[in-house]
Design a protein around this ligand. Structure first.
Ligand code: PEP
Ligand code: MN
Length: 358
């Protein structure tokens, strides 16, 4: 439920509303960024909706009370109609600009990290990526350089001025990752690791939540809800492909997710064609398609010598390939910017999980 206070409502009137919500064992959550006070009611409103509505109807200073139909409340556009815009060291995500996150799958050493950072910065990357804690399918594969890797990432950031993103795999790593990186990444394998979602939500830095490879859009948004409910409003969603019966590609890139998410949520949407396809030559066309579908940006893996990469070499771009792709997606972005439709406009209500399967 969303309560919009009138423009002239007093702080006392808003406090009375918050107290009334608490009195029914629910939680009031203030929504900032609008000219009025907007209070979302969190908790199981269902059984006491009528009772709460009648209590609120006699209170002064309230302009409207609207039930939220989605199970994700804070992440939904109903609660927060304006796009969430994240500002980081001079770059903005979600404001209509094109975010380009690029860097190696794994940070392998100081030289390759700096060299890659300089190359992607010169070619137009806006955020530097690099994995230090690596979730690998095999326990015998390279597991990342850990804290040492984080230091190389921070040094490359200082050298290029690019803000950084890196994965955090468990709550115990959150503190050290926060010290070294501007954005925390939650990987596909951890999308439903609820203690990790709560820990990153409390860490005070923006979080990029990758879609679980077997997760529905609704499960993904519920995972984002955990992070926002824990205190972090700046959540970025990253579509990185889901598992289907197809085996030519590493995953299947679900680009429908892009306009669908823009309709359902105010959070920025990034597409990762590297993990989605697993093949270097498929990264460029799918990056172009992602931007054409309205993505706020992309994340791609880049390596000085992909054939010798310690992880994900087959899907990593060379510096030249990255430069070429970055130019192409900027071109598409300039073209499609004015063509993307308002996320509110659909042919009917979005039915999450409600479509029939054939
Ligand atoms: C990554 O970005 O390095 C990564 C491991 O991605 P995902 O969690 O999407 O597999
Ligand atoms: Mn990778």
């Amino acid at each position: 439920m969303i309560i919009v206070m009138t423009v002239g409502a007093t702080e006392q009137e808003a406090n009375d509303v918050r107290d009334q919500i608490r009195a029914l064992d629910l939680t009031p959550h203030d929504n900032y960024g609008t000219e009025r006070v907007v209070i979302a009611v969190l908790g199981d409103v269902g059984p006491i909706r009528d009772h709460l509505m009648s209590k609120l109807s006699s209170m002064p200073g309230i302009e409207s009370v609207t039930p939220i139909s989605r199970p994700f409340k804070l992440a939904s556009r109903e609660t927060h109609p304006e796009d969430t815009i994240i500002e980081l060291k001079g770059t903005k995500i979600g404001n209509g600009s094109l975010t380009i996150m690029a860097g190696p799958c794994s940070i392998e050493g100081p030289e390759m990290m700096i060299e890659t950072a300089k190359a992607v910065a010169a070619a137009g990357a806006t955020i530097l990526r690099g994995g230090a804690f690596k979730p690998r399918t095999s326990p015998y594969s390279f597991q990342g350089l850990g804290v040492e890797g984080l230091r190389y990432l921070a040094a490359a950031s200082a050298e290029t001025g690019l803000p950084t993103i890196t994965e955090v795999m468990e709550p115990g790593q959150v503190e050290v990752v926060v010290e070294h990186s501007d954005i925390l990444q939650v990987g596909t394998r951890n999308m439903q690791n609820y203690s990790l979602l709560t820990a990153v939500g409390k860490a005070g830095k923006p979080v990029m939540l990758k879609r679980g490879y077997g997760a529905t859009i609704e499960e993904w948004l519920m995972a984002a809800e955990y992070i926002i409910a824990a205190g972090q409003p700046n959540v970025i969603l990253c579509e990185r492909g889901i598992r289907t019966f197809e085996t030519y590609t590493r995953n299947t890139l679900d680009l429908t997710a892009v306009p669908l998410l823009h309709h359902l949520t105010h959070l920025p949407v990034i597409v990762d064609p590297s993990h989605a396809t697993g093949k270097r030559w498929l990264v460029r066309p799918m990056a172009l398609a992602a931007v054409a579908a309205g993505a706020d940006g992309i994340m791609v893996e880049v390596h000085p010598n992909p054939n010798e990469a310690l992880s994900d070499g087959e899907q990593s771009l060379t510096f030249d390939q990255f430069r070429d792709m970055a130019g192409a997606i900027r071109h598409i972005h300039d073209e499609v910017r004015t063509l993307i439709k308002d996320p509110f406009v659909t042919d009917g209500p979005a039915k999450v999980g409600g479509t029939s399967k054939h």
